[in-house]
Design a protein around this ligand. Structure first.
Ligand SMILES: *Cc1c(COP(=O)(O)O)cnc(C)c1O
Length: 414
């Protein structure tokens, strides 16, 4: 047992599972085994209740009404912002911008921060293991501005090659953008180290936290990143809401991303002035219910104890790694020393989509495909992988069911 987990009371997983109504379902006449948490996570009853309560008793638009319900909704929405600030240990509520999700958060930074800063010949550094969301927005601004994307390579275990990163950093570098944890390999990247090196050159760092925050306690100031983005739906909250954290100094210097209501101070045809942070980046009516649902998700995690959940997941990952390595002809991708609970693999006997189909007939949900990371697939020389991605509500029994079903794949296709 690790030093962290030793003094923590063990997690009562069976009790936690009862908080997630969907998990007690049967699928294809078998108990559902949900191992596709990297795509989206399930929601505890408290999140579902928060959504229903909001629409049942509080629904109104925010920031514009003098009436009671509007004040209630505004209060709840802004309270959520504060809850997120504390969860990330950000310095100020104005550094928390609500967006639709990770993808929109990255596009916001690409358009509002990178675009005005990029000149011909400038460079943005990403890594080989990025999700398309953390590649394409940069490619788009680079193409427009005549700038270039540079790529940190990964080694055989799925870790970034840091010497190569140091070589890539140079006076033309304008931004470093990388995943906190890989959605394919599970690798936890040494973000604090990478940020410190970038900052020595005055280069800001954006962290794609979509797979970091569901598995790891996050402290944006300890990480030393300038931007941190994540999606509510991968953090046990609703779809359609996410967060961009940005250091105030940087956000303050950025032009608005979208124009519309709520982001202005004064509008006239002679000229418009913009609102203060964070409203300047929240044009239009936001996903109010989503934000309130995300708050409920964060409250749930805080109550369960993020460190305790991470310790449990680490044990479950060890168990799953052992179980999968017993399966004949199975190749595991990503064996980094620091990993979140994501296991991508291929099998000699069957294509990933066929693996997924056989598992589905056993009630087991995994993902098969390129995982929105085609450049990483190319790096491993495969078109697709199968992926089991775990959450704290998964159990050893479910891993056993997965391993048994994979043996069945071998039988079916032998
Ligand atoms: C899911 C994911 C994204 C995109 O998140 P959306 O919710 O689809 O915007 C980006 N990066 C990583 C690492 C992801 O896993």
């Amino acid at each position: 047992m690790s030093a962290v987990s030793a003094h923590l009371a063990p997690l009562n997983v069976e009790r936690l599972r009862r908080d997630f109504p969907i998990l007690s379902q049967r699928v294809r006449h078998k108990p559902l085994v949900y191992l596709d948490n990297g795509a989206t996570t399930q929601k505890p009853q408290s999140v579902i209740d928060a959504l229903v309560n909001y629409y049942t008793t509080e629904n109104a638009n925010i920031h514009r009404g003098v009436h009671y319900l509007s004040q209630q909704a505004t209060f709840a929405y802004e309270r959520t912002r504060g809850r997120i600030r504390r969860f990330l240990n950000a310095a100020d509520n104005s550094e928390i911008v609500f967006v639709r999700g990770t993808t929109e958060g990255i596009n916001l930074v690409a358009q509002s921060y990178a675009r005005p800063h990029l000149r011909e010949g400038d460079e943005i550094i990403v890594s080989q293991m990025e999700h398309h969301s953390n590649i394409v927005p940069w490619q788009m601004v680079c193409a427009e501005r005549g700038a270039q994307l540079r790529v940190i390579p990964v080694d055989d275990t799925g870790e970034l090659i840091l010497e190569e990163y140091e070589k890539l950093l140079n006076p033309r570098t304008r931004l470093v953008a990388l995943a906190h944890a890989s959605n394919v390999l599970g690798t936890i990247n040494p973000v604090a180290h990478i940020a410190a090196l970038a900052h020595q050159q005055g280069v800001p760092v954006l962290v794609d936290g979509a797979q970091g925050i569901p598995h790891l306690p996050v402290d944006v100031r300890a990480l030393g990143c300038d931007f941190y983005v994540f999606s509510g739906h991968k953090l046990f909250g609703p779809t359609g809401v996410g967060v961009l954290y940005g250091r105030r100094e940087l956000l303050d210097s950025m032009p608005p991303y979208q124009g519309g209501g709520s982001m202005i101070q004064k509008v006239s045809f002679e000229g418009t002035t913009y609102a203060e942070l964070p409203n300047r980046f929240e044009a239009g009516t936001p996903h109010i219910a989503g934000a309130i649902g995300l708050e409920a998700a964060i409250d749930y995690l805080n109550e369960a104890g993020p460190e305790r959940l991470a310790a449990y997941e680490a044990e479950l990952l060890d168990y799953a790694t052992g179980a999968l390595s017993q399966v004949e002809g199975l190749r595991l991708f990503g064996t980094a020393r620091e990993k979140v609970a994501v296991l991508s693999f291929s099998m000699e006997a069957a294509h990933p989509h066929d693996i997924g189909t056989v598992l589905d007939s056993e009630g087991i949900a995994i993902r098969a495909g390129h995982h929105c990371a085609q450049p990483l697939m190319q790096c491993y020389g495969v078109p697709a992988m199968a992926r089991a991605s775990l959450a704290f509500y998964n159990t050893r029994e479910e891993i056993d069911a997965l391993a048994a079903a994979l043996c069945k794949v071998n039988e079916v296709f032998s």
